[in-house]
Design a protein around this ligand. Structure first.
Ligand code: NAP
Length: 291
């Protein structure tokens, strides 16, 4: 029987990893190692590239070494099933992006929810004027749906989930309940009513020119949130800003989910300034006002 626990490690991890495939592009080691050094902690955060078929043995190795860390695609849902103890956020999303050990017991949590909430609060401070459209139905989309339900800015909005694989969207909608509807494909989205569009697919991650939906399809008031991040910004966010739409990529979410994970592992928050500095981009609050 799975036990639901508080999001706080009893013992700080002795090493940290990001588990996923691919992980070479992840900026988590960059920002976490900077924060660890700044906090005077002799812990190193490394990448752990693991195929889906090798996740079980890899987790056994991490257990022996008492290594905690983060989880990225495609393992968030599998890590949820492997965790014997989970937090309320992991239960709600059925996905784990942060883990640690309580003795031999794997504890799974989800701080992507914190990252999404922080970004929605910054991007939509004046409210959301229309539907929220979520593109994709994986582990990150699950965190988006939970955050949308928790945020006072979005909890009354109608939410539409458009996914390549309809069954995955239906599963998420069943978890989210309420005002959430599954759509078969992006071509079914009533774009004219969109107040906020969230990209939770990897579009733009490998091919820097790829966009999840052309911004020309969106009304002039729509806010755009791309979970994908690049130091130089994503093509979708650049296109949206060029059209005058409020838009953010996934860097703020990356920092906020990382800061929340750090606080769970070590019982104290990291320096967000140090994390942003390590990324080499200005902290968004300090960026120039939008056009
Ligand atoms: P995931 O579990 O693999 O789910 C990906 C979703 O995108 C699935 O619904 C998948 O559909 C869909 N998809 C994949 N390729 C697609 C394509 N070419 N066209 C349309 N749909 C496509 O991945 P995830 O963990 O949810 O992550 C999704 C994205 O969010 C990744 O790019 C990840 O880097 C980003 N992310 C960013 C942060 C951050 O801190 N900024 C945090 C978490 C995730 P199928 O089911 O049909 O394959």
């Amino acid at each position: 029987m799975r036990e639901v626990v508080e999001p706080r490690a009893r013992e700080a991890p002795s090493a940290l990893v990001i588990v996923g495939q691919p992980v070479a592009q992840s900026l988590s080691p960059t920002l976490q190692n900077a924060a660890l050094r700044h906090a005077g902690r002799a812990v190193v955060y490394t990448r752990c590239d693991v195929a889906s078929t090798a996740l079980g043995p890899a987790v056994d190795d991490l257990r022996r070494a008492r290594t905690g860390g983060n989880v990225t695609m495609p393992h968030k849902e599998a890590m949820f099933t492997l965790a014997a103890h989970t937090t309320a956020a992991a239960e709600r999303t059925r996905a784990v992006n942060t883990f640690w050990w309580d003795g031999d017991t794997l504890v799974g949590h989800n701080t992507d929810v914190d990252g999404v909430m922080a970004t929605v609060a910054a991007l939509c401070s004046g409210g959301v004027h229309g539907d929220v459209v979520v593109l994709g139905a994986g582990g990150a989309a699950a965190a988006v749906l939970v955050a949308l339900a928790l945020s006072p800015l979005t909890r009354d909005a109608r939410v539409l989930v458009a996914s390549r694989t309809r069954s995955r969207a239906e599963r998420l909608v069943a978890l989210a309940g309420g005002r959430t509807t599954a759509l078969a494909h992006m071509t079914d989205v009533p774009w004219a009513q969109a107040g906020l569009v969230v990209n939770a697919t990897p579009a733009g991650m490998r091919d820097s020119d790829d966009v999840p939906v052309p911004v020309e399809s969106l009304p002039a008031h729509t806010a755009v949130f791309d979970l994908v991040y690049r130091r130089e910004g994503t093509a979708w966010v650049r296109d949206a800003k060029a059209r005058g739409l409020p838009a953010e990529d996934g860097l703020r979410m990356l920092v906020e989910q990382g800061a929340a994970a750090f606080a769970c592992w070590f019982g104290e928050p990291p320096s967000r300034d140090v994390m942003w500095h390590a990324l080499g981009v200005p902290r968004p609050d300090a960026r120039a006002p939008r056009p």
